[in-house]
Unconditional design. Structure first.
Length: 134
């Protein structure tokens, strides 16, 4: 159950309505998911979040599927059930297979385990791993 009521389109202020219109146009769908409907209570937050995610998730040095898979990895580590589901659906639409998802989650699980071990043991970073910024 949401901690805030999800807004219907007829309850939006003009600013939130403009963001929903842009989401629909950008994604080529009439569907607005529950995340955006919750954020619509604060149209400034909604607009800022949408503009930032649109920029960050756009094609760049990383392709869109890779970005979705990174989003899944971080969401799994942070325990965000909503983001795990929404970005898994998006990654599948971009070509992610079940085998890719399983391998991704195996890497995430291994990274979390070895991160905890390295941190718990306070293992010093090897000099050869350090990048000289000059």
């Amino acid at each position: 159950m949401a901690t805030i009521r999800l807004l219907d389109d007829n309850e939006l202020d003009d600013r939130a309505r403009a963001v929903f219109d842009d989401i629909r146009k950008t994604r080529g769908t009439d569907f607005i998911n529950n995340f955006w409907r919750a954020l619509a209570h604060d149209s400034a937050l909604l607009e800022r979040t949408w503009q930032t995610i649109k920029q960050v998730m756009a094609p760049g040095a990383l392709d869109p599927l890779t970005k979705e898979m990174v989003y899944i990895a971080v969401s799994a580590t942070n325990g965000c059930d909503y983001c795990i589901h929404s970005h898994t659906a998006s990654a599948r639409a971009k070509g992610m297979s079940d085998a890719m998802l399983m391998e991704l989650l195996a890497v995430v699980g291994m990274a979390n385990e070895t991160n905890r071990l390295a941190n718990g043991l306070s293992v010093p970073v090897d000099d050869v791993f350090k990048v000289d910024a000059d």
